[in-house]
Ligand binder design. Sequence first.
Ligand code: LHQ
Length: 255
Amino acid sequence: AVLQSVHNHVLYLTLNRPDVLNAANNALLLELLEGLKAAGRDPEVRAVVITGAGRGFCAGQDLAAVEERAGSFTEHIERTYNRVILQMRTLEKPVITAVNGVAAGAGASIALAGDVRLWSDAARFIEVFSNIALIPDSGSTWLLPRIVGYHRAFELMALAERVEPGDALRLGLCEHVYPAETFEAEVRAYAERMAARPTRALGLTKRALNYALTHTLEDALQHEAYLQEAASRLEDHQEGVSAFLHKRAPEFKGR
Ligand code: LHQ
């Protein structure tokens, strides 16, 4: 249900149930989770791209596969979606969501949870949950209001409005929009540029940002100082300083 390939230090995780716009069944969620975990262990991987096969990104929970659920909704969500979202946010490498088509429900949450969100001009974002009288999950209630504010988030959720790429850029749901025809090549070039950055320092940057989102300025300053100590010991830091002093481009190794 998820295709994996590594190319020039970028791991591509391609959600692959195109007939149902990559709606998520258990296999898809667990394979996505395993792929993200493996990315954390593999020093060759310096950026991760999550994208979808076919014309969709991810249509959320496969509504025809809910019988696969072992136990309650709560247990299902905790075992699958929540772990995927937490793994994306805590993986100390850049996670890029390459939103090739419609992202709905939990699929919209996954699209949003990337560190960088690249959209095709064919992408659409829908907090579709209220159409089936559910609440937004997989972190949407935490992340979306932090991006667009409470009121815009509520309206998007309550009316299940379809957000088009122009509005997504304006609202901050994505960083870049590329034409569908060149999307794959643009994503590849972007991801490789990201993979050439000082991976460990970016991992610590993620940790600092995530910490800061839920702490006071005083705590965040202290946490930054602590993480900076770790960053200062990285090989890439020595390389960056040396490159600067010798007026040449740095060659980061990701360690
Ligand atoms: C689908 C789906 C789908 C199955 C398209 N399932 N087949 C967490 C935990 C526990 C329980 C419940 O929920 C959650 C979190 C959630 O994610 S809840 C939200 C679940 N997702 C939805 O409600 C979205 C349902 N899909 C849609 O609203 C539309 O398909 C969208 C707006 C995504 C796309 O519309 P279109 O571009 O018009 O495509 P389509 O509707 O024609 O879909 C294409 C095919 O994909 C179609 O099958 P068919 O056999 O007719 O070609 C759909 O049935 C199938 N599909 N989403 N979630």
